[in-house]
Write a protein that binds this ligand. Structure first.
Ligand SMILES: Cc1cc2nc3c(=O)[nH]c(=O)nc-3n(C[C@H](O)[C@H](O)[C@H](O)COP(=O)(O)O)c2cc1C
Length: 426
């Protein structure tokens, strides 16, 4: 039986999954419902200083779909519009009801107002949350008021805020950074040097989700106008993984990984990269708290297949293998593609991609079809001298185990993939 427990900031979570600060954690009641359904941790929707009124616009959410499946979401929602005093009461109740769940506070104040930051941390102290996340990442609305992303786009401001929070807080501080910077390592380092106990990456990515070409206006349109919003969801995973790698490289702090996790396997990717906790927002907004069942089951099945008994063993150090291009040049071998003629369907997708991307290293050829006497079938054939091993054909091939790269400099006869029936290579 797989042990899904994972220790993050000295708290033993029953599984790696944490609800990110967002609409699914908009009230204590919602957080309770998520805990009841199996989520191990939840971060309250960010609360700001009482003096800062929060007024949302409508509409404020839109998605981008491919094949009827959401691949990204843009929002222009602000932080919670509920009173701090209401939140404090709810957090205290949650604490009593759920001693085994990791309850995380989330706060935001202006980058110039350290008193406001200190006050919010003091209030959070009273609730006995397990950690406090400093939301330095909201990219819309709040930056106009010197809050959110502007605070993690300047290492000096990060430093001031984290130092202030650390000087008051009774629990670990997680610093949530924006990915909308040129050099996130610099920002993570500032957080570490100021005493942050962990880093959360990522908050949403600046973007505009799309245009309604018939109405000739943005999809996320407030009476014809839009604002640059925060893009989240599955398509953001590569940016999240990159930020986990860079923050881990720069600081070696525990990382709460967030951004585009829509399934158990993407969570595993984050863990292997080096994250120690997994936050999910958009996928829950689309499909609900119950996705936790499939996430846990998938994780258990994967662990059984891989012979891993403890989820904590999945936390890896692939961030150490994210290296410079120069290092890759030294490690690169002489790759060529090979086609498995047993599985190739002759669909021609790889040939078109290769031709029209200028590599010209594939064509179709006819083979006798063992299913039809006298008949033939088409399969892809590699033009050996033209193949540069770019991997485009492997990436676009729709058939599993059909195309793969091999090191053509290995001594011949090279042991080719199973079922390979093809041509002589020299
Ligand atoms: C509608 C919406 C509201 C959000 N509100 C907050 C917030 O109040 N505080 C915060 O730290 N992050 C907020 N986020 C960002 C998420 O916590 C998370 O960092 C981001 O969505 C990336 O994760 P995902 O791809 O799993 O959605 C919000 C995201 C969305 C989509």
């Amino acid at each position: 039986m797989a042990d899904l427990r994972l220790s993050f900031l000295d708290f033993e979570m029953e599984n790696p999954w944490c609800l990110a600060s967002a609409p699914p954690t908009a009230t204590g009641e919602l957080m309770a419902s998520a805990f009841d359904k199996g989520w191990a941790a939840a971060i309250m929707k960010t609360v700001g200083p009482v003096e800062e009124p929060i007024i949302n616009v409508a509409p404020r959410i839109h998605t981008m779909k491919k094949w009827n499946r959401e691949i990204a979401m843009q929002n222009i929602e602000l932080i919670t519009d509920r009173r701090l005093s209401v939140w404090l009461d709810e957090l205290k109740i949650l604490r009593k009801r759920y001693p085994k769940k990791m309850i995380i506070g989330s706060i935001m104040a202006p980058g110039h107002d350290m008193d406001a930051w200190a006050k919010l941390v003091e209030e959070m102290n009273k609730t006995k949350v397990n950690a406090i996340e400093l939301n330095l990442g909201c990219p819309h609305g709040m930056p106009e008021r010197d809050m959110g992303a502007v605070c993690s786009q300047d290492p000096l401001i990060i430093s001031k805020i984290v130092k202030t929070a650390k000087s008051v807080s009774k629990v670990p501080i997680m610093t949530k950074l924006t990915p909308n910077v040129t050099n996130i390592k610099m920002m993570a380092t500032a957080a570490k040097n100021a005493g942050s106990d962990a880093i959360t990456v990522i908050n949403t990515v600046n973007g505009i989700i799309g245009i309604d070409i018939y109405k000739k206006e943005p999809h996320l349109s407030v009476n014809g106008y839009t604002a640059i919003g925060g893009v989240s969801g599955n398509g953001m995973k590569p940016i999240g993984l990159k930020c986990v790698a860079e923050c881990k490289q720069a600081t070696d702090l525990p990382i709460s990984g967030c951004g585009g996790i829509s399934s158990w396997s993407e969570g595993v990717e984050y863990l292997l990269m080096g994250a120690g906790q997994l936050q999910v927002c958009t996928e829950v907004m689309i499909r609900g708290f119950k996705i936790i069942d499939g996430m846990n089951k998938g994780l258990e099945k994967y662990m059984a297949e891989m012979g891993i008994t403890k989820a904590s063993d999945l936390v890896g150090d692939l961030y150490k293998r994210v290296t410079s291009f120069e290092t890759l040049l030294k490690k690169s071998s002489s790759e060529k593609v090979q086609v498995n003629e047993e599985t190739c369907t002759g669909c021609n997708i790889c040939v078109v991609a290769c031709d029209d991307s200028g590599y010209d290293a594939l064509k179709l050829k006819s083979l006798p079809d063992s299913n039809r006497t006298g008949g033939t079938r088409k399969v892809a054939e590699v033009i050996y001298d033209s193949c540069t091993g770019c991997n485009l054909c492997v990436a676009v091939c729709p058939v599993p185990n059909c195309m793969s790269l091999y090191d053509s400099k290995l001594p011949f006869p090279y042991e080719l993939a199973d079922n390979y029936t093809g041509n002589t290579l020299v």
